[in-house]
Design a protein around this ligand. Structure first.
Ligand SMILES: Cc1ncc(COP(=O)(O)O)c(C=O)c1O
Length: 443
């Protein structure tokens, strides 16, 4: 018998399917994700199942759901709303520029100093690349293979993620370099030395920027060697190449510091951000640049702008979010809970032969699965089709049914709970994951 809830669920899914696309999906098989309540680190699904949100919505709900401080700030921002104009002078816009100059790397107001606002992460990267091209007069862009920088046409073209493949060729001058993570074979190559060799062949005087994620996110939570960023910084300085850190996923406390690059002690020339900037409560992206780049545009035109540039509502929401990160010590909490998560994951791996590797920094973590307990290598199902795709989907559904929502991509689980999670909630979530892996893979 179909319960009242499930029949209404069917109705909503079908209504939505009729006139609205589901992203990243064959529409016929897209299942949607119907939430009737979200509070703190929990989601309640339509059938009443309460799940731990180990995905922070889409890696953006860093403050958790329905945060009372955010709700109050949004009500106030709506009451003070004014229609935006790109050149509008507005207190919230001014304040957000000041806040970002304070929390980004370098001495406050002496490191990254000036912000350009847009609607999300892909747009932030697009504008950062435009600035790098305008400043250097060069056109080539270096990115890594394991990278995701957004879904606009150009950012698909620059990303390494396999989702770029239908759009290959839309940008020219993209140079993708290998990632500095030994995988499977255990062999390491010095990818920074390789980068220098590639630059010599390409002609460094043609390269505008190197765009790297602060910490590789959607492609598997990979951490580079400790000196990686410093060496990349040195190469950029040597050849006059602009270093852009994409902190869209790794920013705003996700890794236990304000930004991913803060772990590596360097200052990029440009940082891009979105997601945690408003903790998901409003759409906003930002490009924050250093003095050198800001200076360039004093007497040169910044050929960048949008209708919703620095929307006062979104800026007010971002300012409120930054205040809450600080007031509630959430960056510190992410760091402390992150160490607990690391220990829990190590125990999980030690007890489960079908886990090949676990990696984490702060509250951003990955669990690489094996196809079977005897396989040495991680199970990498890029572009999984047919039976393989069904297996991935089945694992995600089993996790959801048992009480954890997280990304399952290729053969990797990616975990990123809200920064306000407690030790108990974290442990409970990992216990659920352990039980589900045992049930689905341990047979
Ligand atoms: C590292 C990184 N950059 C850029 C983006 C694109 O952000 P948006 O979806 O807001 O355009 C994402 C989104 O997941 C991301 O993870």
């Amino acid at each position: 018998m179909i319960s009242k809830k499930s029949s209404v669920l069917d109705l909503s899914v079908e209504r939505q399917r009729k006139h609205v696309f589901f992203p990243w999906a064959k529409q016929l098989h897209a299942q949607g994700f119907h939430i009737i309540e979200a509070k703190g680190v929990h989601l309640t699904l339509f059938d009443g199942t309460k799940v731990l949100d180990f995905n922070s919505a889409v890696f953006n709900a860093n403050l958790g759901h329905q945060h009372p401080g955010m709700q109050a700030a949004m009500i106030a921002a709506a009451q003070n709303a004014c229609v935006t104009h790109p050149a509008l002078i507005h207190e919230e816009k001014i304040k957000l520029g000041e806040n970002l100059a304070r929390i980004t790397p370098g001495k406050p107001f002496e490191g990254l100093v000036k912000s350009f606002f847009c609607s999300g992460g892909a747009e932030a990267n697009e504008n950062a690349i435009k600035m790098a091209r305008l400043v250097t007069g060069r056109h080539k862009i270096v990115t890594r293979y394991r990278s995701y920088h957004g879904a606009t046409l150009a950012m698909m073209g620059y990303s390494g993620d396999y989702r770029r493949i239908p759009f290959d060729g839309v940008v020219n001058g993209v140079i993708r370099i290998p990632d500095p993570y030994p995988r499977g074979s255990g062999q390491t190559i010095d990818t920074v030395r390789l980068l220098e060799e590639i630059l010599e062949i390409e002609g460094p005087e043609t390269v505008a920027c190197i765009l790297l994620e602060g910490v590789t996110g959607a492609n598997g939570v990979f951490l580079p060697p400790a000196d990686y960023w410093t060496r990349i910084r040195q190469i950029c300085d040597k050849y006059g190449i602009i270093l852009i850190a994409d902190e869209v996923m790794s920013g705003f406390g996700r890794t236990g510091k304000w930004f991913g690059v803060d772990h590596f002690g360097i200052e990029p020339d440009i940082m891009t951000m979105a997601k945690g900037l408003t903790a998901g409560y409003a759409p906003l992206g930002a490009v924050v640049v250093n003095e050198k780049i800001a200076q360039h545009f004093e007497n040169e035109t910044l050929w960048c702008g949008l209708t919703n540039y620095g929307h006062p509502f979104s800026c007010a929401v971002a300012n409120a979010a930054i205040e809450i990160y600080q007031q509630e010590n959430l960056i510190d909490n992410a760091c402390k809970r992150g160490l607990e998560l690391q220990a829990l994951l190590q125990t999980l791996k030690n007890n489960n032969p079908y886990i090949a590797e676990v990696r984490s920094l702060g509250l951003l973590a990955a669990i690489d699965l094996r196809k079977s307990a005897d396989d040495e290598r991680p199970y990498v199902a890029y572009r999984a089709q047919g039976e393989e795709a069904q297996k991935v989907q089945a694992l995600q559904s089993a996790l959801l049914k048992s009480g954890v929502y997280c990304t399952v991509r290729f053969g990797t689980l990616i975990l990123a709970p809200p920064l306000c999670i407690t030790s108990e909630e974290l442990k409970h979530g990992i216990d659920i994951i352990a039980a589900v892996l045992q049930e689905t893979l341990g047979k």
